[in-house]
Write a protein that binds this ligand. Structure first.
Ligand code: CS2
Length: 478
């Protein structure tokens, strides 16, 4: 008897019928998180057969060719502390390079496409937390000029557009011209008030590009806000082998994720949407309380572990949370955050579950991955807790420790991959008061609390330039 040779995934790779659902959702930012989260919720909705996804790549463009080769099919590996579950995902029906302007125009012109989702990282929106477009963003400025020219022309052509807001605007102009009708946009990044921010930012951009497009967006585009959650590490080559061994097929692009998944959404979908609630999504009037709980407790702890854990020589979240020093600081940060979170949201159970999720050592979630874009992440996940505590007349020791360790890191260890690295470098090379300026870069509100800034500066001095694993501060004992 000969063992059967594993075959590469395609819709017809074995005898099972795998019809592609009709394309009705466009997604920007085809990374692992999208495939573990929004695609999973859509695939598990009761009307999944009606909702196919056309996805555009973001920063990792190579994935387009790989997934096209597999007809959009991929394996989702749900990795719990005790084992793996394998699911074949079939609802990605078109994959495009995000830089392909003709594809953006074509997809968004189709009236059947009624929802856009985005996972483009917090920095990818090129907006501040009030939805203001970033000053001096050269790529965005080039996109504005290209979009102005394109919207004035009789045919849109295929302008080279580099930024996500620029691509969204190009697609919306195409839709306006094609009379494609209204649609809803659901941002799915860890940005506070993400729908509101994107709405304001896109309107500003549209005003600079074409006032009539801006008016059309006002009438036809519905912005939802959403809080997303599923810890999804980078796929490794071992994961590819694991999939083949367990399933008998070859998948060049599987996604590994934890069993937990949550999606809280507020918004209008006048042209319909998948029954995401049948897959466990929660529809609410106001995402705010859920968003703060998730951003501060999960993401705040993640960023804290990234800063302190890397300093202590750890590689993954599971390693860092098992270090009692890191764990104590997480608990201290949570105590501060919980003063400002709704008690109705079962915070004890939520934190307990988080500790279990973080401790799942079979999920190898790299601290370096979380440390990316640290300035924006500290601003949205950690600084609001510090500011809220200081405003309430309380201290936030965990906040001071994480900021000082981060400052020490960028001064001594170099800036990690960060969209705001130019601002950090400028402070480091020109400022007479670098600690205060770095703290202020993270959150200008902290300027109002000189004693706190002074304490961060003092901690930075104490940390010095020695290897931190030896000096990572301990939580003071009462
Ligand atoms: C993480 C998040 O990398 C990071 O910044 O904190 O990606 C986190 O894993 C997800 O938000 C979990 O839902």
């Amino acid at each position: 008897m000969t063992a059967s040779i594993p075959r590469t995934l395609t819709r017809g790779f074995d005898a099972s019928p795998r019809p592609a659902p009709p394309a009705r959702i466009a997604h920007f930012g085809l990374g692992s998180f999208h495939r573990a989260h929004q695609a999973w919720f859509t695939a598990h909705s009761s009307d999944a057969a009606q909702w196919g996804i056309c996805a555009f790549t973001g920063r990792s463009r190579g994935i387009a060719a790989t997934l096209q080769h597999q007809d959009g099919l991929y394996t989702l590996v749900e990795r719990s502390a005790s084992g793996d579950r394998f699911e074949l995902m079939t609802n990605l029906v078109e994959i495009h390079d995000g830089a392909d302007a003709r594809a953006v125009i074509d997809v968004l012109s189709r009236p059947d496409i009624v929802i856009i989702t985005t996972t483009v990282t917090e920095a990818g929106y090129r907006m501040d937390l009030e939805g203001g477009l970033l000053d001096g963003d050269e790529e965005l400025d080039r996109d504005i000029s290209a979009l102005r020219a394109a919207t004035l022309a009789e045919h849109l052509g295929a302008p080279a557009i580099a930024t996500v807001p620029g691509r969204l605007l190009l697609g919306l102009e195409a839709r306006r011209r094609s009379l494609g009708g209204p649609l809803s946009i659901v941002p799915c990044d860890n940005l506070p008030r993400n729908g509101w921010v994107l709405e304001r930012g896109l309107h500003q951009l549209a005003q600079l590009v074409s006032p009539s497009l801006d008016a059309w967006i006002d009438q036809n585009v519905f912005f939802a806000s959403s809080s997303v959650d599923r810890i999804t590490p980078r796929t490794t080559s071992d994961d590819l082998d694991t999939v083949t061994r367990a399933t008998g097929w070859i998948d060049a692009a599987p996604v590994v994720t934890e069993p937990f998944a949550s999606w809280v959404i507020a918004g209008e979908f006048p042209e319909g949407r998948p029954q995401w609630e049948s897959a466990g999504a929660l529809f609410v009037e106001d995402v705010g309380p859920y968003e703060r709980r998730k951003l501060w407790l999960l993401n705040g702890a993640h960023s804290l572990l990234a800063v302190l854990g890397l300093a202590a020589g750890h590689r993954t979240v599971a390693e860092a949370i098992s270090d009692s020093r890191c764990r104590e600081w997480v608990l201290a940060f949570w105590s501060s955050a919980r003063h400002h979170l709704s008690v109705e949201l079962e915070l004890d159970a939520y934190c307990h579950q988080l500790l279990e999720r973080f401790a799942n050592a079979r999920i190898s979630y790299e601290l370096e991955q979380i440390a990316t874009d640290g300035v924006m992440k500290l601003r949205t996940r950690v600084a609001p807790v510090i500011v809220a505590e200081l405003r309430a007349g309380r201290d936030c020791p965990a906040g001071a420790v994480v900021l000082s360790t981060w400052v020490r890191h960028v001064r001594v260890g170099g800036v990690l991959s960060d969209a705001e690295a130019p601002a950090v470098i400028s402070i480091l090379t020109t400022s007479a008061t670098p600690v205060a300026d770095l703290v202020e870069l993270v959150d200008p509100h902290l300027r109002e609390y000189p004693d706190f800034v002074q304490r961060v500066a003092q901690l930075v001095d104490e940390l010095g330039t020695t290897a931190i694993s030896a000096t990572l501060p301990r939580l003071p004992r009462p």
